[in-house]
Design a protein around this ligand. Structure first.
Ligand code: ZN
Length: 429
């Protein structure tokens, strides 16, 4: 079967299943889990569990480190991590974008060296992924559409969506904005896909009159879309901003007609590890019922998710109010009594943006045990208001003696993910 016919099959199946199983999600997931047993039998890591016919809840919860340590035993095709790494690195160095072992595409996740993940997908799995992107993200249409896609490097995963009705133009994230302006004005994209920090740069150019584009749909990917940024972008582009929550582990969530992210629970089982007593925040533990080369079973992510209940769209899939950041974005301090106190990034975000209406662009980074670096793209008087607001938050939590230093440069390197609030100190100490 050709890639396109596989893709069409997956696309139709997703559409059909979505309506048929609206009321019986649990049944659909149970069926998916039963089907997945045939995959798990081929995995050295999981076959012992399958042989005993254990329910999902009896499987071990793993994370990226465990997943990578057991790479050779988990995958069902006998791929060795050492070999996969070599192939992927060679491809990266030669800018050849299709690292393959037999019919398996090798993907490397971004991350610090030594902490990079390796992900495997066959053509069928890629077709499923593209089918899902078409169904949930781009949407089907008989009109011809042009997609402007900003990413780090071209990837054969994305080019596969190209057809008569849909064309993709890639913009290299690493190039300065000035190099994109003419090209994007000429292209006049129907759909714009980029990370929020880049969408913001584009929005600024729109406000200055340098960029004149009228996309019908804007999709934010790869980074956390902060609520203020979403408001700003919606205002400039005069539309709702859609989101994709995706990582190398899979396409996790996409936005509904109301603009709410929902986990794709028709093929994912989501368990929640709550992080606070009020059960407002959790780490998702994902089981992907579709992956076969590299099974994803009870894989805990370190993204802090806020749940949204009762989305007006009526979807039975768990809604996400906000992706607050990652586990290492949590700031940690010591109180006067020498007790460790953690404060979630969202509290700092609120303290900053609520101190003055005009604050949109900011970063706050913990660089030392008692030092915070604050960048705000505003006048000094406004910075000082944000500073006192942060100070109050700390004092209310019994934390004193933290220096808040204002800096003139945003903590962000071009091409990297923008994380407005992050902790650079504690992960290394
Ligand atoms: Zn919804």
């Amino acid at each position: 079967m050709s890639f396109k016919s596989k893709l069409l099959g997956d696309f139709i199946a997703l559409r059909f299943l979505r309506w048929r199983h609206k009321k019986s999600l649990k049944k659909l997931q149970d069926r998916g889990w039963n089907k997945m047993q045939a995959v798990l039998e081929k995995s050295e890591y999981y076959q012992g569990y399958t042989a005993q016919n254990l329910p999902l809840t009896e499987y071990p919860i793993i994370n990226k480190a465990i997943f990578m340590d057991n790479f050779d035993a988990i995958n069902t095709r006998g791929v060795k991590l050492k070999n996969a790494f070599e192939v992927a690195r060679e491809a990266e160095e030669s800018r050849n974008f299709a690292p393959m072992i037999e019919d398996i595409t090798i993907g490397l996740s971004t991350g610090t060296s030594g902490n990079r993940g390796v992900f495997l997908a066959t053509e069928s799995e890629r077709a499923q992924w593209v089918g899902c992107i078409l169904d949930r993200v781009i949407g089907f249409s008989l009109k011809q559409r042009k997609v402007a896609f900003f990413l780090r490097a071209n990837s054969n995963l994305y080019s596969s969506v190209k057809s008569k009705l849909l064309s993709f133009e890639f913009f290299d994230l690493m190039l300065p904005m000035t190099e994109h302006i003419n090209r994007i004005n000429t292209l006049q994209p129907t759909i714009l896909v980029a990370q929020p920090s880049l969408l913001i740069e584009l929005a600024r150019e729109v406000e200055m009159g340098n960029v004149n584009i009228f996309p019908q749909k804007i999709i934010s990917v790869a980074e956390v879309l902060y609520p203020e940024d979403a408001v700003y972008l919606s205002r400039v582009f005069n539309q709702k901003i859609h989101q994709v929550y995706q990582c190398t582990e899979g396409l996790l969530a996409t936005t509904c007609s109301e603009g709410t992210l929902h986990f794709n629970e028709d093929f994912l089982i989501i368990e929640k590890r709550y992080l606070d007593e009020k059960k407002e925040r959790f780490f998702p533990i994902i089981t992907d019922l579709k992956r076969s080369t590299q099974p994803i079973v009870r894989y805990e992510l370190n993204d802090i998710i806020h749940e949204k209940e009762n989305c007006p769209c009526g979807s039975p899939f768990t809604g996400i109010a906000q992706i607050e950041g990652r586990a290492d974005d949590v700031l940690r301090f010591k109180t006067l009594e020498n007790i460790e106190k953690t404060i979630f990034p969202d509290f700092f975000r609120r303290a900053i943006v609520q101190s003055h209406d005009s604050i949109i662009d900011y970063t706050l980074v913990q660089t030392e045990e008692n030092r915070l670096e604050l960048f705000i793209d505003s006048a000094e008087v406004i910075r000082n208001m944000a500073k006192s607001s942060i100070q109050k938050l700390l004092t209310d939590n019994g934390i004193n003696a933290v220096d808040i230093i204002t800096v003139n440069e945003r903590h962000h390197e071009k091409g990297n993910k923008l994380r407005r609030i992050r902790n650079d100190y504690w992960k290394t100490n």
